[in-house]
Design a protein around this ligand. Sequence first.
Ligand SMILES: Nc1ncnc2c1ncn2[C@@H]1O[C@H](COP(=O)(O)OP(=O)(O)OP(=O)(O)O)[C@@H](O)[C@H]1O
Length: 250
Amino acid sequence: MTHSPAGPEIRFESVGLTLGRTEILRDVSLRVLAGSVHALVGPNGGGKSSLVKTLLGQMPHRGRLSIAWPAQPGTIGYVPQALEFDRGLPMTVEDFMRATTQRRPAFLGRACGQMASIDAALERVGMSDKRLRRMGALSGGERQRVLLAQSLIPRPGLLVLDEPMAALDEAGIAVFEHLLADWRRDGVTVLWIEHDIDAVARLADRVSGLNRSLLFDGAPLEMLAPERLLALFSARPRITPAPVRLGVAA
Ligand SMILES: Nc1ncnc2c1ncn2[C@@H]1O[C@H](COP(=O)(O)OP(=O)(O)OP(=O)(O)O)[C@@H](O)[C@H]1O
């Protein structure tokens, strides 16, 4: 019997990020409830990817960040923003899946049972028949399905999705919606960056609006009212450049 992964609660407390002289995130406090589908929306460059990268340990940050797992720490799955592959790169879908889902070095061979999980994940996203295609020869939507497939191994308790629907066609969107329904049923926590406001209204439990700082956070029906969205997408981020630290001559 496979046990359902139960997801963690995530807390961002006064999280800030300054890169060079630009303040990317300011004083972001946000709670993502365990087992919820929580969407992050906001304009391009508003800091959504940066916020999730602080969570994944890929960006430095100020403030506090915590991931509280219900029992022992589980697996975090991540779907990055669309990846580009050179058409000539001799890497098939299967090679990519092996490389991204195996912890031990490839020269030690395949881990036992790995191919069975890869088969199941590719099946789930409808990519089994394209497993021997080169990554660079796939359409944007097909690549996006493979990115979703790699996030399923090992079974995640927390999923961080950066615009997973970006290149998906209608059939791909249906695949994504099925995955989301399964994650919800299994109590997986999903933190989901999305530009498609209708999809967020339909599928998320909660939504936060981010434009460098947090502009709103609540139930989609309430938060996605036209006037709130207008304020989020038309506001220039109220960002002040970080103070210049002048070197002091010795
Ligand atoms: N490594 C970096 N160094 C300097 N600036 C960066 C770096 N990464 C991101 N930025 C800047 O931080 C800002 C926020 O970028 P981020 O990608 O987090 O926004 P986003 O809301 O995810 O945007 P999009 O919806 O376009 O993906 C942008 O102005 C971006 O240029």
